[in-house]
Design a protein around this ligand. Structure first.
Ligand code: LRH
Ligand code: MN
Ligand code: MN
Length: 424
């Protein structure tokens, strides 16, 4: 399945007039739209290889059909997304859910689709067939050195694969923790984990980063060894300058102020990147911006402010990744929606009157502060995001074109109805 250039052009020409009207209306009202469009065009969000199939819950999984059966087909799917929005030019692999066999062929395919390899993810939270040691009681925290060594060796292997593919970062998420009080010596678990991470850190190439992802609970329900941003930051600080904290939006306890966490991590130079998704309860992995779009905007507001203060390039300063899963939507449509929501939050954050906000803060004018933020948030920035796509030869309405071209039906035709993509 390939989308032809003329199909995008035909689609865009049908929508051109209406888009133009909305875009011009917005530019009359708002200053600096050209700069925003340019920034949006540069912004790329990595797609996780594990989000291309239908996700399940522990109660069941309902496949929609036509799912990618190999890494090559996953890259094909992301290639389609990227053609539709020109903002999904990167893939994040999860090893061993992905098994990059012929590296040269995989690299050639990536080049053909215009994809870069974003952070590599290791997996020491599941036992693989034939594996010697079990991760049932943790991996890097484990009381048995042999288990810890197996986890470290796996991560070093993932780095090697990443180097061959041209990636430059490793994300470590650990399920380590305990499910009952008394099960774990917290201090020993921390020390073991730190020692394991140090061994991995020592194997990082010069220009690589390691992201330490935290999560409050699940699969362990009493304690998690990298349970929050404080613990992650402790590890990252002890490891050294190549180690950073990774924020997955679904990994906090309810009502956590994620925008404040982001702001302080960025201030400390320790924010590595994101796993974008949304949630109502826990690690729901829902479409970015589907439940709490205002929170997403507030996070981007801190990001833009913090990155500007440090003179960082918005597009390449941090690892921008989606980590979502979909059990009732078409995964590709869902990812298009997530990317759109992230771009909108970014565009809204770029609209914030920063000088006005600082002045209002200095005067303790709380009402004005809220007005300024909400003026930006309540602006319909969709024409700006669409304009960025139009200029990049992407579709004005990606989900619309996906449906017009019957992409899913064609994928089912090619791959069959009963397909299971590897992943969660
Ligand atoms: C854990 C997590 C982590 C994993 C991914 C599959 O909940 O967010 O990033 O690698 O899900
Ligand atoms: Mn994650
Ligand atoms: Mn998660």
């Amino acid at each position: 399945m390939k989308i032809e250039r003329y199909q995008i052009e035909e689609h865009n020409s049908k929508l051109a007039q209406s888009h133009q009207r909305k875009f011009e209306f917005l530019t009359q009202d708002i200053q600096g739209t050209e700069d925003i469009v340019q920034k949006l065009m540069k912004f790329q969000i990595a797609i996780p290889s594990w989000a291309l199939g239908t996700g399940g819950t522990r109660f069941g999984r309902f496949s929609g059909g036509g799912e990618p059966r190999s890494l090559e087909e996953k890259m094909g799917d992301i290639g389609l997304l990227h053609q539709l929005n020109q903002s999904s030019g990167a893939i994040s692999l999860h090893i061993p859910w992905d098994i990059p066999q012929n590296i040269q062929d995989i690299k050639a395919l990536a080049a053909q689709y215009g994809l870069r390899f974003d952070a590599m993810n290791s997996n020491t939270f599941q036992d693989q067939p034939g594996q010697e040691q079990s991760y049932k009681f943790g991996s890097m925290q484990h009381v048995d050195k042999a288990v810890r060594k197996q986890a470290v060796d796996h991560n070093i292997e993932v780095i090697k694969q990443g180097v061959a593919l041209g990636s430059d970062s490793l994300t470590v998420w650990l399920a380590d923790g305990s499910s009952f009080p008394g099960q774990l010596n917290f201090r020993r678990a921390f020390e073991n984990t730190l020692e394991s991470l140090q061994e991995i850190y020592a194997a990082l190439p010069e220009d690589w980063k390691v992201f330490v992802e935290y999560k409050a609970f699940e699969p362990n329900f009493y304690s998690t060894t990298v349970g929050d941003w404080g613990q992650s930051l402790l590890y990252a600080n002890k490891l050294g300058p190549k180690a950073y904290t990774l924020v997955d939006l679904g990994h906090h306890l309810p009502n956590a102020n994620i925008e404040q966490i982001v702001s302080l991590l960025l201030m400390e130079g320790k924010l590595g990147g994101f796993h974008f998704n949304d949630s109502k309860y826990g690690d729901d992995d829902l479409t970015a911006g589907s439940v709490k779009p205002y929170q997403l905007f507030l996070i981007f507001n801190e990001l833009v402010a913090g990155m500007d203060a440090k003179g960082m390039d918005h597009a390449s300063g941090l690892g921008w990744m989606i980590d979502a899963s979909h059990n009732v939507k078409d995964p590709l449509e869902d990812l298009l929606q997530s990317v759109e929501a992230i771009m909108m939050a970014y565009a809204q954050a770029l609209l914030v009157d920063k000088q006005g906000l600082e002045e209002a803060r200095l005067q303790n004018d709380v009402v004005r502060c809220q007005e300024i933020l909400q003026n930006a948030f309540r602006t319909d920035v969709r024409p700006l995001v669409a304009e960025a796509r139009l200029r990049a030869n992407a579709a004005l309405n990606p989900v619309g074109l996906f449906r017009e071209l019957q992409v899913r039906e064609k994928l089912i035709g090619e791959r069959g109805y009963k397909t299971v993509a590897t992943g969660l």
